[in-house]
Design a protein around this ligand. Sequence first.
Ligand code: ZN
Length: 367
Amino acid sequence: MRWSPLLKSAKRGFLYPLQWSGLTAWVAQTAWRRSRLVILCYHGISLEDEHRWHPSLFITPEVFRARLDLLADRGYTVLPLAEAVCRLFEGRLPPRAAAITFDDGLYDFYAEAFPALRAHGFPATVYLTSYYSETQRPVFDSVCSYILWKAGPGAFDGEPFVGTPGRLALGTSAERADVQARIRRHAAAAGLSAHEKDDLARRLAEKLGVDYDRIVARRLFHLMTPGELREISRHGMDVQLHTHRHRTPRERGAFDREIADNRRAVTAVLGERLLEHFCYPNGDIAPCFLPWLAEGRIRTATTCEPGLASRGDHPLLLPRVLDSALLSPVEFEAWLSGLSSFLPTLRRSRDWRRRGGREAPVRAGDR
Ligand SMILES: [Zn+2]
């Protein structure tokens, strides 16, 4: 079930009196909550206006700092993910346990999240998709989507970008999504290299009057450099696996290669270490992945399925709470406390997890 905007605002209105009545704080200190772990999921902290482009993936630095202040003020214990999951399954979690995860390893983590986390002494896990860390260009799909949004309403001759003649409209988010999908398909069909895709994105920006040099200079949609990864790692941030090219092939050899290339890239930068925690790119899960991950020495994997993790969960199907610009403070706190677990939005997810993921793949979050 998906919340319609009306239902979502009704839910938000419903949560305020529950918080004022003290119910949210009461749930947070129950034995039920103590046997659960909230794993927070972030993607990006805006360097400019990315939260306006994609509010489900980006939040502002101010909102992120407010989230960390709230975790500290309400007495949540933020644990490293590996320790938190270990203690979850051993039944040894402290009260109000939380873990923080960031998907992809974007530069904005280094610029904005890392200093804020350090100020609180909070650890975090960064699931690194390593390919764009090596190439150091804007992530192609994201930057194309951002350019189309930044251009504003209008239409343009799309042939150089999608390979077929005709004008492409950018009036609505659906039109922009369609254009972006056509550009992605065209780049894939043409077998463009990373350099050629970057050149295509630059030409798209020039065509639409968007300043590509500024995007590159501000490092929007760039991943962290090896030096930045080493620095965050030295200061308590754990770098783990998210596939090398941000994809999850259904063919065993290709899937294993994604994990192996990802491991090789992280190890080359950070040295030999335990790489046994994984996050599904795009929240894309198929039942065949579970034995492949287990045989690949992966102990835990996190999803984009919303919820608090419990001992009843499969360690390779751990739910998370996706924090974003769309989540109000009262909703965020309802998730931390566990109160939101009792609201109907999770029914499908819990049933799905209980069946061990034997259902159609889930697609949410990410790119
Ligand atoms: Zn991702």
